[in-house]
Design a binder for this molecule. Structure first.
Ligand code: C2E
Ligand code: MG
Ligand code: MG
Length: 475
């Protein structure tokens, strides 16, 4: 027996059930240094230990759903899986548009959805560890590497949970990022980062879907960060510029110019401008660059229409993110004042995505602009939800049929019928129709026959820099 004190916690079986006791032993040592006995004390700590366990459990539990919270997830992975060097399959999910659902139906309602969804997840992911790590973010961990088929099946089951008939809210869906790996090679933080990237990708591709993590997503992230960095300096360096693509009547009378952003930076020449705009939208860059775009286009509209009898409408693309800014209308009006442009010589192009969030508010904003004379175009009609009901809901001046529909006409009777239907419906609602991406004489012939009002496309002209527009198109 060594000569130090010892304290132990033990479970004892007693008549009244189990007790947790703390045992404290200390040696009795005689004058020569011999241990001649032990003093042993025992304290009942059952209550204390139970409280501790409760607190620990609470710290690891999400009070709303009763699932594990973020700490609980970390605890599970670190205490159960890391030691075993276990393979894992992890799914990260996030409800789509949950915030707007919460805003429109109230928090109580949102809470109920989270609780129900949590319960359903536990039911279908029987052998998985289900956790809620934040607002509408859920993470499920399975021990073992699922193969792609199995993981796909599981992800689909989860998505079906939400789209299933029993849900009263047909707009509810989720996006899922899937990662597999080994707890020896990756920390839980690494898994979370990878899952986030895959989840982000799923959102980016239109939500309500799952994406498997792969290395390319890392590369993409780095590239996007670099682009964002360089974009921050682009305005100062004078690298941003608008090109203008003419819009004509079928008999080639100039009616409008669409402003399209160009970034004169050799490094990114190959990156499609839509990707650049996506990056702007996800940062605060869209505010400043958006204003620059509107201002440049409106100044140009003022300049070219000064002595022109038949006005040429200059339109700018406006993303939903821009419209959602609380001061959007004020910004536009301010730019009109500053540039002195006639509001009826400018237009904005919006897409159906403005109806995904804050519908009522956005519609009011658009109406306010239309009322002062600004033309409103619905861009890319045919690609998004393409519900004809939108044509009534949004106060519009014209619709732009997406180029994929125009290109489809060449070899598909169905596309021809659809384009004709779009044109007729628009006309019935007193809206004009612009056909985008018109590249061939055959397309033009068909569109003329179907009574499309305006033509935009490479057949007549590509987007061109300002000075060329002035020197050629406007002459
Ligand atoms: P969009 O508004 O639908 O613009 C039309 C796109 O189709 C332009 O591509 C244009 O160059 C291209 N295009 C026009 N005619 C033809 C054709 O006959 N054949 C082919 N192959 N393409 C044609 P771009 O400039 O690359 O712009 C792509 C998208 O990026 C635009 O689609 C718009 O959604 C967005 N975008 C461009 N500039 C801006 C901007 O300043 N602000 C915002 N928010 N979005 C912008
Ligand atoms: Mg456009
Ligand atoms: Mg378009």
């Amino acid at each position: 027996y060594n000569k130090s004190n010892i304290s132990l916690v033990r479970t004892l079986k007693t008549k009244n059930g189990e007790k947790i006791v703390e045992v404290f032993k200390s040696p009795i040592i005689d004058i020569s240094g011999e241990v001649i006995g032990i003093v042993c004390t025992m304290r009942d700590v059952t209550e204390v230990k139970n409280q501790e366990a409760k607190i620990k459990k609470m710290a690891y539990t999400d009070s709303l759903t009763g699932l594990a919270n973020r700490r609980g997830l970390y605890n599970y992975v670190e205490s159960q899986l890391v030691k075993k060097y276990a393979d894992v399959t992890i799914m990260f999910m996030d409800l789509d548009n949950f915030k707007s659902l919460n805003d429109s139906f109230g928090h109580q309602h949102g809470d109920r959805i989270l609780i129900e969804f949590g319960e359903d997840l536990q039911t279908i992911c029987k052998n998985g560890f289900v956790s809620r790590i934040g607002g509408d973010e859920f993470v499920i961990v399975w021990e073992g590497k699922m193969n792609k088929e199995l993981a796909t099946e599981m992800a689909e089951k989860i998505l079906n949970l939400l789209s299933g008939k029993k849900r009263k809210f047909n707009k509810l869906s989720a996006s899922i990022g899937i990662v597999t790996g080994n707890t020896e090679e990756d920390t839980i933080d690494n898994f979370l980062t990878k899952g986030d990237l895959a989840l982000y990708k799923a959102k980016d591709q239109g939500k309500n879907q799952y994406v498997f993590y792969n290395r390319d997503l890392d590369k993409k992230r780095c590239l996007n960060e670099e682009i964002e960095q360089d974009l921050r300096n682009a305005l100062d360096k004078d690298e941003l510029e608008l090109h203008y693509q003419p819009q004509y009547t079928c008999s080639k009378e100039l009616v409008g110019l669409e402003a399209l952003l160009r970034w004169n930076n050799d490094k990114y020449r190959k990156v499609p401008i839509v990707d650049i705009i996506n990056i702007m939208e996800k940062s605060t860059l869209i505010d400043e660059i958006g204003k620059f775009i509107i201002k440049s286009a409106f100044s140009f509209a003022k300049k070219i229409n000064n002595n022109r009898e038949k006005k040429v409408i200059v339109s700018v693309n406006i993303s939903a993110v821009q419209i959602m800014k609380h001061n959007f209308v004020r910004t536009i009006k301010k730019i009109i004042d500053e540039t002195g442009v006639e509001p009826n010589t400018v237009g904005i192009e919006i897409t159906e995505t403005v109806l995904l969030q804050n519908i009522g508010e956005n519609i009011l904003k658009i109406k306010e602009l239309k009322d002062i004379g600004i033309k409103i175009s619905l861009d890319d009609f045919g690609t998004g939800y393409s519900s004809f009901s939108y044509l009534v809901k949004i106060p519009l001046s014209n619709i732009k049929i997406d180029k994929s529909f125009i290109w489809g006409m060449k070899d598909s009777e169905e596309y021809r019928t659809l384009v004709k239907l779009c044109i007729d419906t628009a006309h019935a609602l007193n809206l004009k129709v612009v056909a985008e991406g018109v590249e061939t004489v055959e397309d033009l012939g068909l569109l003329k026959y179907m009574k499309a009002d305006f033509i935009q496309g490479y057949l007549f002209s590509k987007p061109l820099p300002k000075h060329i527009i002035e020197a050629t198109v406007l002459q």
